[in-house]
Design a protein. Structure first.
Length: 406
């Protein structure tokens, strides 16, 4: 009997730290499931319809928070994406560990989103982000690069550290660092070409000799007499390796992107705008898109080869350019009416001619509940040098879809 009591006491003592740890740890399973019926009609070609989630909204994952005491928290995040229209069982998205404190902010280590994607502008001001009507990539009015600094759908930064500050008097900022010393023609595989399905998005990139890629963004938000006003800006630098510089040829240099924008909302109305200036577009940076941002693989010739994918926001390799976006919305009950558009310009290089695109989108999002919604709309993309040689064509896009978050 005494032996049994001793065994129970020892087991209880060993179990106590695990119970305490479990009591201070919060594990949350989350996700989103989306399906669209979308049609992309390229000029001079038959319409291409599909049911699924090419834009990459559908996901599931686990988020863990442990209270360490003194306001310090340890966090972990694992997330996978999938397409409701096929048999994909999971595509890697965010994967990181973090330390956070309300006083000094949060620092993450691992595979993270870039500040240009989820912090200042980008998909934070596009209500149609992660749908066929998105502004980035196929929408042509926001960068959607497929490299390690990518800001497009399914674009994440490998091997990185990211810091997010607390908000002080309306001000906050985020910064990202990616180690350098990359000797690869990254992320080119198998003789890949610009804007091609041969590109592997989200690979580790970075310049040689200790040059770190980095991105920094800041924003300010305030409420003034029931008006919500916000401004944001940022800078991104993607250093290319020596081998990559040689592959890209004359004019190759480190890629730089400047961003600035603002938002205003009042009584159900909301306006937003963003401008991006790109210098020295990298072959795996602003001259490319993730597959999700382009709405499918963009093999050489793009739509001319019968695919749905087209990277309208891409700059010419080694070239400069700019993109601007403006959007407006009005909320009536559970429904938001949306109109947005903009223009992009890829300046000419020694190897490619100048290309301009203009686009506009109209549609609506209706919330069935806090977790479920219906959406739909129309987008028109117009390209000035619309021809077979460039692989870019004007297009009409129609979609209707349903989304459930859990």
């Amino acid at each position: 009997m005494k032996k049994k009591l001793i065994s129970l006491a020892v087991a209880g003592a060993l179990a106590t730290p695990m119970v305490a740890s479990a009591q201070g740890t919060n594990v949350t399973m989350f996700g989103s499931v989306q399906a669209e019926y979308s049609t992309i009609d390229f000029d001079g070609m038959s319409s291409q319809a599909q049911i699924g989630d090419e834009a990459g909204r559908s996901r599931w994952g686990v988020h863990v928070v442990e209270q360490l005491g003194g306001g310090l928290k340890a966090k972990a995040h694992l997330e996978f994406g999938f397409n409701t229209g096929n048999g994909d069982i999971g595509i890697a998205r965010e994967r990181w560990v973090a330390l956070a404190n309300d006083a000094w902010g949060e620092v993450k280590f691992g595979r993270v989103q870039s500040p240009f994607k989820d912090f200042a502008g980008g998909q934070t001001i596009d209500p149609f982000a992660y749908t066929t009507l998105q502004a980035a990539g196929s929408g042509g009015t926001m960068t959607a690069s497929a490299n390690g600094m990518g800001s497009g759908a399914q674009g994440f930064v490998n091997s990185a550290a990211r810091y997010d500050s607390p908000t002080v008097e309306g001000f906050s900022f985020a910064a990202l660092l990616m180690p350098g010393d990359s000797n690869n023609l990254d992320p080119i595989l198998g003789g890949g070409v610009p804007n091609s399905s041969n590109f592997t998005p989200n690979s580790t990139s970075g310049g040689e000799d200790g040059e770190w890629d980095f991105q920094i963004a800041g924003k300010y938000e305030a409420n003034i007499a029931d008006h919500n006003v916000g401004v944001f800006g940022g800078y991104s630098r993607d250093n290319i390796s020596t081998n990559q510089r040689a592959f890209q040829g004359i004019g190759a240099d480190d890629e730089e992107v400047w961003r600035g924008g603002a938002t205003w909302s009042f009584m159900g109305f909301r306006l937003s705008g963003q401008y991006e200036n790109i210098n020295n577009a990298s072959i795996n940076g602003a001259a490319s898109c993730t597959t999700a941002a382009a709405l499918g693989g963009t093999a050489l010739g793009g739509a001319n080869n019968g695919g749905r994918g087209q990277c309208n926001s891409a700059m010419n390799v080694n070239g400069d350019g700019h993109l601007w976006f403006v959007g407006g919305e009005y909320e009536i009950g559970n429904t938001r009416l949306l109109a947005q558009g903009g223009m992009g310009e890829a300046e000419a290089t020694t190897a490619a001619s100048k290309r301009e695109i203009s686009t506009f989108t109209v549609g609506a999002i209706h919330n069935l509940s806090k977790r479920s919604s219906l959406f739909g709309g129309y987008q028109r993309n117009m390209i000035d040098n619309n021809n077979v040689a460039t692989g870019f064509r004007d297009s009409n896009v129609y979609t209707v879809g349903v989304r459930h978050n859990f």
